[in-house]
Design a protein around this ligand. Structure first.
Ligand code: FAD
Length: 360
């Protein structure tokens, strides 16, 4: 049945680390839940994209999940149980967090489209229409897997899947798996799969490993580079592409096992494998594309935020504000696409957007 438009001041789209951080900050600054702000999340349950990650991604194998503002992870999940799956622990923490701070999260609500309507935004969802004066978009990247195009992909007779679809290595036993990609996920999945079956590893560029810890300086420099890009309107790049990969004990063990022999990208996909420009061929049953994600921003298309270059020019203290529209903030985008970045971005977006709208 047709439902009335629900009015509020600010709509936060997405309830991952970035959306929850923003919601917490809006509430802390005096904005009333429901009347002042709501969070719309398409996931069936709390946890953001973490609820969909593969089983073997545990609290010990993730880089590091930072606490959300105002409540410690250790209050909910015993940090000594490192082998607990992130897809179990993080949703537990997020659920407790939403409860503790009584955050007005509506789910499952899929935002299909956001349009400008005079001084307001019209937010069209599968559960009705919201109207707001400000927008904090926190939809992450998980909904937007990226697979590069190679000729012949449609002729491949085996199975092609993306990081997003990965469940366990066991399903590939007895098959030859071609892993594509040079990021952290590619290497983690290559590690697991190569312990149960044969693999080939393909990357565009030779991977660069660095030794020693991932220092704060290294992290800051990488974030600064991504921030500089989005302030210039360029599409963001992943942090790994600017920092390189830490040479962890797990990676050293892979080198010792001989599974880190990287091949350059092939030129073409054939029915039973791939072929390089020099004519050499590799048979494969599976192509696993660990080729990353793009920001899930399709629902914002009517706002025409993108530059011809494909990027969005960002401004504001932490580059969360869309330069062409001070009432739209993107959190978890570009330099804030990490759990710690998302925390900080939530605070910056909440305070800047409330000020721009004259709230409370
Ligand atoms: P998400 O957690 O993806 O949340 C977005 C939410 O928005 C989801 O609930 C989604 O359902 C919802 N949504 C999307 N589109 C819509 C829509 N149209 N309408 C309504 N709702 C919508 N970062 C770290 O700091 N440390 C790590 O150890 C780490 N490990 C990672 C491991 C993997 C395998 C991957 C892929 C990423 C990892 N990251 C890590 C990056 C990490 O994902 C981010 O730092 C952070 O969790 C992203 O939070 P987010 O809130 O931006 O997005």
């Amino acid at each position: 049945e047709p439902s009335a438009t629900i009015k509020t001041e600010i709509v936060v789209i997405g309830a991952g680390q970035a959306g929850l951080s923003a919601a917490y900050q809006l509430k802390r600054r005096g904005l009333a839940p429901h009347r002042g702000f709501v969070v719309l999340d398409q996931a069936p349950a709390p946890g953001g994209a973490w609820q969909d990650r593969w089983e073997s991604l545990t609290l010990s194998s993730v880089n590091r999940i930072h606490d959300l503002p105002g409540m410690r992870f250790s209050e909910v999940v015993d940090p000594n149980i490192a082998e607990v799956a992130a897809r179990v622990a993080v949703p537990q923490y997020f659920a407790a967090y939403e409860q503790r701070f009584q955050l007005p999260v509506y789910r499952p609500v899929h935002v299909a489209m956001v349009c400008a309507r005079g001084e307001r935004f019209r937010i069209e969802t599968d559960r009705g229409i919201w109207s707001a004066r400000g927008l904090i978009n926190a939809t992450g990247t998980w909904e937007h897997p990226f697979i590069p195009e190679y000729p012949g992909a449609e002729r491949f007779q085996g199975r092609q899947l993306h990081t997003r679809d990965y469940q366990t290595a066991e399903e590939f036993i007895g098959q030859h798996v071609l892993v594509v990609g040079g990021g952290i996920s590619a290497i983690q999945l290559l590690d697991e799969i190569s312990q149960v079956t044969t693999t080939t590893w393909v990357t565009r560029r030779p991977p660069e490993f660095f030794t020693g810890p991932f220092t704060e300086e290294r992290g800051r420099a990488a974030v600064a580079m991504v921030e500089d890009r989005v302030r210039r309107g360029l599409p963001p790049t992943s942090v790994v592409s600017v920092t390189g990969l830490a040479l962890t004990p797990a990676i050293e063990a892979m080198q010792a096992r001989g599974v880190l022999k990287r091949q350059p990208m092939f030129a073409e996909i054939e029915a039973d494998g791939v072929r390089w420009a020099d004519g050499s061929h590799q048979r494969a049953d599976v192509i696993l594309w660990c080729t990353g994600f793009r920001n899930a921003l399709d629902h914002l298309a009517p706002l025409m935020l993108r530059e011809p270059s494909g990027g969005i020019t960002m401004t504001g203290r932490l580059a969360t504000q869309v330069a062409s529209n001070p009432h739209v903030h993107l959190v978890g985008y570009g330099p804030s696409a990490s759990t710690i970045g998302a925390n900080r971005a939530g605070a910056a977006a909440a305070s800047e957007l409330m000020a721009a709208l004259g709230l409370p």
